[in-house]
Design a protein around this ligand. Structure first.
Ligand SMILES: Cc1cc2nc3c(=O)[nH]c(=O)nc-3n(C[C@H](O)[C@H](O)[C@H](O)COP(=O)(O)OP(=O)(O)OC[C@H]3O[C@@H](n4cnc5c(N)ncnc54)[C@H](O)[C@@H]3O)c2cc1C
Length: 373
């Protein structure tokens, strides 16, 4: 008998988990309330950065490297490529520790990078002003991913290889004599041998006791600035994805399928309701404008062409949660992407699909027990 698995949530974590499970032979139903990569989901933006510089945590670098391999494999085998390899440029002030601490791991994993002097970087990317930048690193791999598009493509691939996608909302998960009783919003039962809940910022609502405020939803804003007409300097062929650590964590993505030059501040915003929160785009903040004016002089006072209001689903330590429900052994929970989960989708899915199939032990690095100590 084939293992029947219901995966709830068709974002980066759930979609990829469902696909890996199906590829390994399970009978998979992927369920989502509003659709893969929908506009409320954390995975629902146009683009997301993929990088392997990841501070002092080797595990994150390893996982990002594995994700890079899996995204590249997807691009090779699919007619719907989702990974744009621009490289990632890191700019730091006096404190470059976030980038520097990752470098030994990059070397071990044979991920190519170079360190550049500011004058050499200014020569290579004259559209950037390197004022205030002291340390510069360039990761050759990495770049950006077509985020909401890839969620949809992954769900369609699942269906193509024999899985099922269902648009439905899970209303409750209760224990029924040690077995999960999973009810949809129309009262029907969602029946399976095992369940994966990858509900992003909604996880705490479905599991108030186990997750609750451990996954906090924060309002985040991204802006698309208009570049000068006919100007090629802000195309992804001329400019990589970049991260600026010189003052705060600001990052940007060129290209975005011609939508504009994307810039965002990684600082956590106020609490945000992912279902009913108002996503009307705000004007760009004065800080962000000042930053763009000084770092990219050709974009001084450039018009904002568009903006997105999204949310991070933040865990207490910024690491993912991938674990069994403590009272329901057939229920697995994955989330807490904390502003950096998207790129990891294929690697999280690979890990979780193996654990679900093998009825294996949760990996302590991602386990809920770490919050008890
Ligand atoms: C502005 C912004 C920029 C970011 N930048 C990056 C980046 O550059 N690089 C990076 O790697 N990460 C980035 N992230 C983080 C990343 O996007 C998220 O961590 C990741 O997408 C989370 O995926 P998920 O599958 O856990 O959640 P989601 O994408 O939110 O998916 C959860 C899904 O569950 C469904 N759902 C919820 N409740 C129910 C229910 N009861 N029944 C049925 N379905 C349900 C929802 O409809 C949704 O589709 C960014 C996030 C934001 C907001």
């Amino acid at each position: 008998m084939r293992l029947r698995v219901a995966v709830v949530g068709a974002g980066a974590f759930g979609g990829w988990t469902a696909l890996h499970l199906r590829r390994a032979g399970a009978e998979v139903t992927l369920v989502d309330a509003w659709g893969p990569g929908n506009a409320r989901a954390s995975s629902g933006g146009e683009t997301r950065v993929i990088r392997t510089i990841y501070g002092p945590t080797r595990r994150n670098v390893e996982m990002a490297a594995r994700a890079l391999t899996l995204w590249s494999e997807w691009d090779r085998s699919s007619r719907e490529p989702c990974y744009r390899r621009t490289g990632v440029l890191w700019m730091a002030g006096a404190d470059d520790s976030y980038a520097r601490q990752s470098l030994p791991f990059l070397r071990d994993l044979q991920l190519e990078y170079e360190e550049l002097a500011p004058a050499a970087a200014a020569n290579r990317w004259p559209q950037i002003s390197f004022d205030g930048v002291r340390k510069i690193y360039f990761e050759h791999e990495g770049g950006y991913l077509l985020a909401r598009y890839a969620c949809d493509a992954v769900a369609r691939e699942l269906v193509r290889i024999g899985g099922t996608y269902r648009q439905a909302a899970v209303a409750s998960v209760r224990a029924d004599g040690g077995r999960p009783d999973v009810r949809l919003s129309d009262g029907a039962t969602l029946d399976a041998d095992r369940y994966v809940f990858a509900c992003g910022p909604w996880l705490g609502r479905l599991f108030p006791d186990v997750i609750g405020s451990r996954v906090r939803s924060t309002r985040q804003e991204v802006f698309y600035f208009g570049t000068p007409a006919g100007d090629e300097r802000f195309l992804e062929s001329r400019l990589p994805v970049w991260v600026d650590l010189s003052d705060r964590f600001v990052y940007g993505i060129p290209g975005n399928l011609h939508r504009g030059f994307k810039v965002a501040d990684d600082a956590r915003g106020p609490d945000f309701d992912p279902t009913s929160g108002d996503r009307t785009p705000p004007p760009a903040s004065r800080e962000l404008r000042t930053f763009v004016n000084s770092r990219f002089p050709a974009l001084r006072d450039a018009p904002v062409l568009g903006a997105e209001v999204c949310q991070y689903e933040e865990s207490p330590d910024g690491q993912f949660i991938i674990d069994r429900h403590p009272a329901l052994p057939d229920v697995w929970i994955a989330g807490g992407g904390s502003g950096h989960g998207y790129k990891m989708g294929p690697a999280v899915g690979e890990l979780l699909a193996r654990q679900v199939r093998e009825d294996g032990s949760p990996d302590p690095f991602f386990a809920l027990a770490r919050f008890n100590t």
